[in-house]
Design a binder for this molecule. Structure first.
Ligand code: FE2
Length: 429
């Protein structure tokens, strides 16, 4: 027996140690020790081997545009949307494509091998849609890209958005999006949820809606989204992104809302890095945290992912395509610090996010697509603590990124010559 590639001796997220034998694009065997020849062996001893990172919420048409034509001075969502409106007329298909491809390279280097990106459909030219459809095709050998038709300026509020959103779906955009809290009235928002879910049901598509991305305790479009998911038989095919208003809602109302979301099979996708900097901007002190109720939703049986949302764009001046940054921030803001909760935050940015996107081909078992990441960490919690280096990334059976272990050389007399960010030498193992 022989394999094209063996990833040797890595620690899997469940703590077991195994060799992973890969033939072509698939994992052929996962066993404690594979005695077989291989075209190539990756030594993963002492490292964590994980399924790839997955980002279920991103804006690839805006990424890497920070500062064009200016920065967001207030830091608010509304100024970000206004700024994006100033940038839109300046966009070219080539510029959007090139920035998206540059981001995809960062993503691959970080072991991020599947991304769901929203793409603005409030532009008669639909050039961002065309650019990202081109990017999706180009990166498909190594990165799964899902596109969401997103009427950024409002499905009813923006002239032409309804027609353009349908045109984008006709062009091959995968998922129906929306932004009910940005419509002119609560009632317009409610109606947009209904109409967009009906479009998805007719076309057999998934729904992923920006929903209640405000600090308004009375913004309750998630209730309508859950209602429509159930009414239209869209269970497990609908996600509500952000849901930040839930942070500020009345506790009694939330106690009624959580079971409704759970029964409707609606997933939640908070975006911790962005929610924590965008929300609460109208508060003095105490200042609200602006992230939805993650542990409470998980306890209610709701599938909760974490998204990156933005990197270097009108809404966020930082970001590195690192889903461990996202898990790190999510863990802190949601106060998920028990060992089980921290480990779950790693699962969120890998397997839970993949489940939300409907990607059942990822996983470290025989028969799954051979996409995985080798991390310079002993276990998932250490990976989050360190935002661990990606030593090797394998996509569909091919090594697509590699780096050396990072150690710092000390020049302090009488001290060990090197130090790593892993477990300190003087502590018992
Ligand atoms: Fe977003």
């Amino acid at each position: 027996m022989s394999f094209d590639l063996i990833v040797r001796g890595g620690t899997l997220p469940d703590g077991s140690v195994a060799d992973i034998g890969i033939s072509g694009e698939r994992i052929a065997a996962v066993e404690p020790r594979l005695e077989a020849a291989a075209g190539r062996v990756v030594d993963a001893q002492g490292a964590l081997v994980s399924p790839p990172f997955v980002d279920p919420h991103f804006h690839m048409d805006a990424t890497l545009s920070y500062g064009i034509p200016r920065i967001n001075r207030s830091g608010t969502l509304l100024e970000g949307i206004a700024l994006w409106g100033e940038l839109k007329p300046l966009l070219t298909r080539e510029a959007v494509r090139d920035r998206a491809l540059a981001y995809c390279d960062w993503a691959v280097s970080m072991g991020l091998l599947a991304i769901r990106t929203h793409v603005d459909t409030c532009d008669d030219r639909l050039l961002a849609v065309d650019a990202l459809l081109e990017v999706k095709k180009q990166v498909s050998p190594y990165l799964d890209l899902q596109l969401v038709a997103f009427p950024q300026d409002g499905y009813y509020r923006s002239a032409g958005a309804r027609e353009n959103t349908i045109r984008a779906l006709d062009k091959g955009v995968d998922i129906v999006g929306g932004i009910p809290h940005f419509e002119r009235t609560m009632d317009d928002g409610r109606r947009s949820v209904t109409e967009l879910c009906e479009i998805a049901a007719r076309r057999g598509l998934m729904v992923d809606m920006h929903c209640d991305e405000t600090d308004d305790p009375l913004s309750r479009h998630i209730e309508q989204l859950a209602f429509e998911a159930r009414r239209l038989g869209l269970q497990n095919r609908v996600a509500g992104s952000h849901l930040t208003s839930m942070h500020s809602m009345d506790n009694y109302y939330v106690s009624k809302l959580l079971p409704l979301i759970s029964e409707a099979g609606v997933s939640a996708i908070p975006n911790p890095l962005i929610n924590i900097v965008i929300q609460g901007r109208h508060d003095t002190y105490p200042k609200r945290r602006g992230m939805t109720r993650v542990p409470e939703m998980i306890r209610a049986g709701i599938r909760v992912g974490f998204g990156q949302d933005c990197v270097l764009d009108p809404w966020y001046p930082l970001g590195t395509a690192d889903m461990l940054d996202v898990a790190f921030m999510g863990l802190h803001v949601a106060q998920m610090t028990s060992p089980a909760e921290m480990a779950h935050c790693f699962d969120i940015v890998t397997s839970v996010n993949a489940a939300i996107m409907g990607l059942d081909h990822f996983g470290l078992t025989a028969g799954k697509v051979a996409s995985l990441v080798v991390l310079d960490a002993a276990d998932p919690v250490e990976a989050i603590r360190l935002r661990a280096d990606r030593l090797c990334v394998v996509a569909r059976g091919k090594v697509v990124a590699e780096r050396e272990r990072l150690v710092t050389r000390l020049s302090i007399d009488g001290r060990p010559p090197t130090v790593s960010r892993r477990r300190p030498r003087h502590l018992p193992s």
